[in-house]
Write a protein that binds this ligand. Structure first.
Ligand SMILES: NC(=O)C1=CN([C@@H]2O[C@H](COP(=O)(O)OP(=O)(O)OC[C@H]3O[C@@H](n4cnc5c(N)ncnc54)[C@H](OP(=O)(O)O)[C@@H]3O)[C@@H](O)[C@H]2O)C=CC1
Ligand SMILES: N[C@@H](CC=O)C(=O)O
Length: 323
C-alpha cells in the first residue's frame, strides 16, 4: 500500500529550495523503496505562498499567504517542513504548534523555536501522536541527532562532546598555519561555511545551540533551561601533535550545563583528525565504550537531505514527540 504524504514547505531559501528539488527529483525512488509518496503541495515565504503542481511556480506568481491552518486543511498536509530563519521570531513556533494541532508531523532545519518552545512542541506532538524531527538543526547531514534520539537508546550515555561548528574547525586550522583571523574568517565565508555574521560561529554560541538540542534529545534537558559557558575562537597555537578544536560538551552528572571551550586534541583522535568544515560528536556510553559520528555534508543540500530523511522517518516510524 502506498502512503500519500502531502507536504507544506515553509521557507524557500537555500535549504527550502534544495528540499523541494530533492523531493521532486527522487519521488519515484522513495515510492519504490519505502512505499511513501512524498510531494510538496505548497510552499510559503514570509508573506506569500504558492501551490505546487508539476513544479514550484516562479515567485512572481505566488499569492498572499493565507492562514497556515487553512492551507494545511485544504491540502490535507501530513507534514510541515520548516526551513525558515532561526532569527528568534515566534512565528516558527506558532506554525509548528498549528501543524501539530492539525495532525501533521513537523520536520525542521530551523533552530530558534526549538530553543524556546521545546516542551510545548514535545507536549503538543505527543498529544497529537505526531513527531517533531530536527536532524537538519543539529548538524545538517551528520546524523548526531539520530544517535541521541534513538540509536543509542539504552546505552547509558554519560557525556557528549563534539565539534559542531565547521567554521571554528576551519578557522583554527588556518590560524595554526599562520593565517590571520580576519583572513581565515573571510575564506570560511567565501566557501559558504561561515555565516554572513560569523559572531555565533566564533563565540561558540552556534556550537552550544546544536549541543543544547542534542542534550534535549539525549537526556530530555529543556534547551531553554540550559546554562551556556563559551570560550571564543582567537589566534593561538597548539603543542606539536595536537590541533586546537572548539569543543562543546555536556555531562549527565552536571545537568543543565553546556560548555564550549577551545582546547588541544591529539591529531589522531576523532576530534583532532577533523579537517576543513567537518563536524563530529562523541558519545561516552559507559560500559558500551565511546561512539563517534563524523562527516555528513554541512550545506543547504546536506540540511535538505537530513530533512528528507526525517520526513520519511516521521511518516514511517511509530514515534511521537521530539524523542
Ligand atoms: N544554510 C545551511 O547550510 C543550513 C541552514 N540551516 C537552517 O535552515 C534554515 C533555513 O536556512 P536558509 O535556507 O539558509 O534560509 P533563510 O534562513 O535565509 O530563510 C529564507 C526563507 O525563509 C522565508 N521565511 C522567513 N520567515 C518565514 C516564515 N515565518 N514562514 C515562511 N517562510 C519564511 C523567506 O521568505 P521570503 O523569501 O518571502 O523572504 C525565505 O524564503 C535556517 O533556520 C538555518 O539556520 C540549518 C542547517 C544548515
Ligand atoms: N556556520 C555554521 C553552518 C552550519 O550550521 C557552521 O560553521 O557550522
Amino acid at each position: 500500500m502506498m502512503l500519500d504524504v502531502p507536504i507544506v514547505l515553509a521557507g524557500y531559501g537555500p535549504v527550502g529550495r534544495e528540499y523541494a528539488e530533492l523531493v521532486h527529483r527522487e519521488r519515484a525512488q522513495w515510492r519504490d523503496r519505502y512505499g511513501v509518496d512524498l510531494r510538496v503541495v505548497a510552499v510559503r515565504g514570509r508573506d506569500t505562498q504558492a501551490e505546487v503542481g508539476a513544479a514550484v511556480p516562479p515567485r512572481v506568481q505566488w499569492t498572499a499567504a493565507e492562514p497556515l491552518t487553512d492551507l494545511l486543511a485544504r491540502t490535507g498536509a501530513r507534514v510541515l517542513a520548516q526551513a525558515v530563519p532561526s532569527d528568534g521570531s515566534d512565528r516558527p513556533a506558532r506554525d509548528a504548534l498549528a501543524a501539530l494541532g492539525h495532525g501533521a508531523h513537523v520536520v525542521t532545519a530551523t533552530k530558534s523555536h526549538l530553543l524556546t518552545h521545546w516542551r510545548q512542541l514535545d507536549e503538543a506532538a505527543r498529544r497529537a501522536g505526531r513527531s517533531v524531527r530536527i536532524s537538519g538543526a543539529t548538524g545538517a547531514a551528520m546524523p548526531a541527532g539520530d544517535l541521541a534520539r534513538s540509536v543509542l537508546r539504552g546505552f547509558d550515555v554519560d557525556a557528549v562532546h563534539g565539534c559542531l561548528n565547521g567554521t571554528a574547525t576551519f578557522v583554527l586550522d588556518q590560524l595554526a598555519e599562520g593565517v590571520a583571523l580576519e583572513a581565515a574568517v573571510a575564506e570560511a565565508q567565501r566557501r559558504g561555511i561561515a555565516e554572513a555574521d560569523p559572531a555565533a560561529d566564533l563565540s561558540g554560541a552556534d556550537a552550544a545551540t546544536k549541543l543544547r538540542l542534542v542534550t534535549g534529545l539525549l537526556w530530555g534537558w529543556d534547551p531553554a533551561d540550559v546554562r551556556v559557558e563559551l570560550e571564543p575562537v582567537r589566534a593561538a597555537r597548539a603543542d606539536p601533535g595536537h590541533r586546537l578544536r572548539q569543543v562543546a560538551g555536556a555531562r549527565r552528572d552536571d545537568p543543565g550545563v553546556v560548555r564550549v571551550e577551545v582546547r588541544p586534541e591529539p591529531v589522531g583522535s576523532p576530534l583532532g583528525a577533523l579537517t576543513g568544515p567537518e563536524k563530529a560528536v562523541r558519545y561516552d556510553c559507559g560500559d558500551a565504550g565511546s561512539v563517534t559520528v563524523s562527516g555528513g555534508r554541512s550545506s543547504p543540500r546536506g540540511a535538505a537531505r537530513a530533512m528528507v530523511k526525517d520526513t520519511i522517518g516521521a511518516v514511517l516510524e511509530a514515534t511521537a514527540g521530539l524523542r
